[in-house]
Design a protein around this ligand. Structure first.
Ligand code: CU
Length: 134
């Protein structure tokens, strides 16, 4: 997946450019699926880049019945557990920035989380996300 990193970064940056000023009272739980190898596609994080706001939580769900995956953020000191199928890992982001992550068993698997300081115009962000109540 290394060759896709520039594309993912470009996507993240273009999403960052869409950051808006709409007030938002709730935090979001943003889902990223870990998909199995299929055809010529290796196992991968989907989507590989997301943009969220400070305080939001990202959930990674392993959808791969054939392999264990995890989520490693060197910047955060987060080395998550190896996930079996349907298991999840969660990270809540409390500081704005660009955070790259990888999968320890599969270093070619990479992803990016861009954390905006303020609310973002979520209608432009192609994320499967849902609102956390409370
Ligand atoms: Cu992996």
């Amino acid at each position: 997946m290394k060759h896709q990193a520039p594309l993912a970064l470009a996507l993240a940056l273009s999403l960052a450019a869409l950051a808006g000023t709409h007030a938002r009272a709730t935090t979001q739980l943003v889902n990223i699926d870990i998909l199995p190898e299929s055809g010529s596609l290796p196992a991968r994080y989907s989507p590989p880049a997301v943009m969220i706001s400070v305080g939001d939580t990202v959930e990674w769900v392993n959808r791969d019945p054939n392999d264990l995956h995890n989520v490693l953020f060197d910047q955060l000191g987060h080395d998550g557990p190896e996930l079996r199928e349907s298991e999840s890992d969660f990270v809540t982001f409390s500081q704005p920035g660009t955070y790259r992550y990888t999968c320890v068993p599969h270093p070619a698997m990479t992803g990016i989380v861009v954390v905006a300081a303020g609310p973002i115009q979520r209608s432009f962000v192609p994320l499967a996300s849902r609102i956390l109540t409370g």
